[in-house]
Ligand binder design. Structure first.
Ligand SMILES: [Zn+2]
Length: 433
């Protein structure tokens, strides 16, 4: 995905907002249509049927007919993609799009380019035997910093080329999505990133993700995801407070919340930028990248409980959840996977933070504090996060503890491992002959 900030003129903004409205209208119609479906009612209409219905709707509705047919059809295409990915995308069933909240539309390229197979041979139509022509987005470079893209009904819209170190490159894509959020327009081109070649040094890196240090590497480096500054956080609280006290429906209330949203968007932008840069760094400098396996969704589950059985420390847990989600753990893993396909591993790692990376001894007393690790068996001293990262790099956490069986009665109890025992050979990695 290549995302650029658009700088439309006033006239273009009016036209693009209209596109947003049409796309949202069509999307919501599709949501409504599919919500109506129940088992035994026959299948809900697919993309082809929806397109036929769209043509009819355009005949009946003057407002819809005045809009761009491609933009409206692409909204249906987006809906189809979202619907078929509902079990894997993490977003679930496609839901309603709201005005001012989910503003955006997709543009399909108007240029026609010949398509080729992966091996370079010409792609031919199975029926007619003619060359298959694909779509391509029309983009033009203006200078080193600026380029423009064709948007239906708007002509050329300028966007700023963000440099990626090697100099800005024009995106080459079939479609792109225009979004309007927090007063900014962006264009996201559907580009599959080129895999970064491995350095070929055979180096393995382990990464331990935490809240205090976002990513501790096994070579001792500590990478931190930028957060909002204290001043910015204070500003958020100020605007939230003012907005909350402003009268309902007033202009001051809306303005206050808009300012909060803008600051939060700034935080998200910083996080995304950091994830992109860090994942590129990892993919470029190491042959094998090992992350500890985390289930972030389970980790950030709310402590709220239910009405009958309310949870405890709900606010603290919510704060920790915010802290976890602000680190961009999931995005870092995802983007590294995109850039280094086949070179990223998830290591199931219980006890990585308690295991000594030198001798393998697991003891909760070894972890003296958040940052300090002193092995209670061999005396190995290290930063706790670096120690955990070394365990991940070695591909192991703790060895699952064997359950001890109580003699008579056959009751199996899981007792905690004694800290006073000497490290057993298997824990230390000495093979038993
Ligand atoms: Zn040790």
């Amino acid at each position: 995905m290549a995302r650029f900030r658009l700088y439309p003129t006033g006239e273009q903004v009016r036209q693009m907002l209209l596109h947003c409205a049409h796309a949202r209208y069509v999307w919501n119609l599709a949501v409504e249509q599919h919500a109506h479906w129940k088992p035994g009612r026959g299948s809900a209409p697919g993309f082809a049927e929806q397109c036929r219905q769209l043509t009819e709707a355009r005949r009946a509705n003057e407002w819809l007919a005045a809009g761009n047919a491609d933009v409206q059809q692409q909204a249906l295409r987006d809906f189809g993609t979202a619907k078929s990915a509902r079990f894997t995308s993490g977003f679930g069933e496609p839901t309603w799009r709201k005005k001012f909240m989910h503003e955006g539309f997709r543009v399909i390229g108007t240029d026609r380019v010949p398509e080729y197979h992966a091996d370079g041979s010409v792609k031919l139509n199975a029926k007619t035997g003619r060359q298959v022509m694909g779509r391509s987005v029309v983009v033009r470079k203006l200078n080193r910093r600026w380029a423009q893209v064709k948007v239906p009904g708007c002509g050329w819209v300028r966007f700023r080329l963000s440099a990626d170190g090697k100099g800005a490159k024009l995106p080459d894509a079939k479609t792109f999505r225009v979004t309007f959020r927090n007063g900014q327009w962006h264009a996201a081109f559907a580009v599959v990133p080129q895999p970064t070649p491995a350095p070929g040094t055979g180096e393995i890196i382990g990464i331990d993700r935490g809240v205090t240090i976002t990513a501790a590497l096994s070579d001792g480096r500590k990478l931190n995801c930028p957060q909002l500054t204290t001043r910015e956080r204070a500003q958020i609280r100020k605007h939230q407070r003012r907005a909350a006290r402003a009268p309902k429906g007033s202009e001051a209330k809306a303005a206050g919340y808009a300012k909060v949203a803008k600051l939060k968007a700034r935080e998200a932008n910083r996080r995304k930028d950091w994830c992109e840069k860090t994942s590129t760094l990892l993919a470029k400098s190491y042959d094998l990248i090992r992350f500890e396996k985390l289930n972030i969704r389970n980790m950030t589950r709310s402590a709220k409980g239910s009405v009958e059985r309310p949870g405890r420390n709900v606010a603290q847990k919510a704060g920790l959840n915010r802290g976890i989600l602000a680190q961009g753990w999931g995005l870092l893993r995802q983007r590294t996977g995109h850039k280094a396909p086949g070179r990223v591993e998830d290591i199931p790692a219980p006890y990585t933070s308690l295991r000594c990376s030198a001798c393998g001894w697991i003891d909760k007393n070894s972890r003296k504090s958040q940052a300090e690790f002193v092995c209670s068996s061999c005396g190995f001293t290290c930063n706790a996060d670096t120690n955990a990262a070394s365990n991940v790099a070695a591909g192991q956490g703790g060895i699952p503890r064997p359950r001890r069986t109580a003699g008579a009665g056959g009751v199996t109890t899981a007792t905690s491992r004694s800290s006073t025992r000497e490290p057993q050979p298997t824990w230390v990695g000495i093979p038993l002959f």
